[in-house]
Design a protein around this ligand. Structure first.
Ligand SMILES: Nc1ncnc2c1ncn2[C@@H]1O[C@H](COP(=O)(O)OP(=O)(O)O)[C@@H](O)[C@H]1O
Ligand code: SF4
Ligand SMILES: [Mg+2]
Length: 337
């Protein structure tokens, strides 16, 4: 459904994304994880044609089955991209208020995206569909809620409205960028359920960005691990999380409480990845994780090749890692420092 090949993004002098390659099949839910500053949001913005002023993108981004038929979206003009956004592909951001117009009733905002893209024949039909859509995201009393303004709703309700807008035209691809990070923990699980239900009902592809591995384990089937503007590991969620190969993934998994590491080590004693994410342009040559990796050797100053984990129906490119001294490999002492 979505094919991203050798996507690179840069400012006039600094590379920000390097050779990002992945696919998402119809109906597939793929997570994109990595610490803050890894390049997750830029990847999403490049796909949506929403990169900030001053950034350039090269590579190939294709959304199949929709117009403009199988063209590289990086070469598509702004008018056509605007038509695709909110129709063939849509995005939910972390902060719902940035996506909503504070002076417009929320029902009208949901109706507008359908009228703009002509997916409903009339205003009356769009209104009826609004009530259905708000019901689908479990908003109570949808008909009267549609007449509310954003400030009259809770954060969780606002994010559900944003999700209803994103799903209104049955997109082929939904991208969520940390959609629950700003919400109360109790509301998070509900919104995650609604995202999964929304894409399942439409057989849409989902790219779900988060720094929370637990969320990925709940929502996604496959995961891409990003660091320093590169994808360093990719594969089925359960395999990558139980048997991470790249030393960066290994650090992320150890620092999350997915594996019960917190219990073993006692509360509050979770290990963290030493050091911090360098600013853009300051990542080392060769393996981008080299400056923080306890396993680095001289060879890591050259670019690690992509190593497939084994046979996979979606192809080896969707299923591997780039590390010279992988965890769990031969000669690994199992020490997870
Ligand atoms: N408009 C921009 N100009 C220059 N650098 C940018 C711009 N936007 C993002 N960056 C840099 O690109 C890197 C990746 O950013 P981002 O994709 O937002 O990371 P993430 O979403 O993983 O936290 C960061 O170092 C960030 O500072
Ligand atoms: S390639 Fe080398 S520096 Fe990079 S993660 Fe693997 S061991 Fe560490
Ligand atoms: Mg981000």
């Amino acid at each position: 459904m979505l094919g991203v090949e050798r996507l690179s993004v840069q400012t006039a002098r600094t590379p920000l994304l390097d050779d990002v390659t992945f696919t998402i099949e119809r109906g597939e839910r793929v997570g994109l994880i990595g610490e803050s500053g890894s390049g997750k949001s830029l990847t999403a913005l490049a796909v949506m044609g929403l990169l900030p002023e001053g950034l350039g993108a090269t590579g190939d981004v294709r959304l199949s089955g929709r117009s403009p038929a199988r063209r590289n979206l990086l070469g598509v003009g702004e008018r056509e991209m605007a038509r695709l956004r909110g129709d063939s592909m849509s995005m939910v951001f972390q902060e719902p208020m940035t996506a909503l117009n504070p002076t417009m009733r929320v029902g009208d905002q949901v109706a507008e995206v359908m009228l703009l893209h002509r997916t409903q024949p009339s205003r009356a039909a769009a209104r009826r569909r609004v009530v259905e859509l708000l019901g689908q995201v479990d908003l109570p009393d949808a008909a009267s809620l549609a007449r509310s303004y954003p400030h009259e709703l809770s954060g969780g309700q606002r994010q559900r409205v944003v999700l209803a807008i994103a799903l209104a035209n049955d997109p082929a691809l939904l991208i969520c960028d940390e959609p629950t990070t700003a919400l109360d923990v109790t509301v998070q699980a509900t919104v995650l359920d609604l995202v999964v239900r929304g894409v399942e009902e439409r057989d849409a592809a989902l790219l779900f960005i988060t720094h929370d591995l637990g969320v990925v384990a709940t929502v996604c089937e496959r995961v891409l691990v990003m660091y320093g503007g590169r994808i360093v590991e990719a594969g089925p969620v359960h395999e990558v999380f139980t048997d991470p190969r790249h030393r960066y993934t290994q650090g992320l998994v150890a620092a999350s409480d997915l594996t019960g590491a917190a219990g073993r080590r006692g509360r509050g004693a979770l290990p963290t990845i030493p050091g911090s994410v360098p600013p853009a342009g300051a990542f080392p040559e060769g393996c981008v994780f080299r400056s923080r990796c306890a396993h680095a050797t001289q060879v890591c100053a050259t670019l690690p090749p992509w190593t497939p984990r084994g046979e996979h129906p979606a192809g080896a490119a969707a299923y591997g890692y780039a590390c010279f001294h992988p965890a769990g490999g031969e000669g690994d002492d199992g020490d997870d420092d």
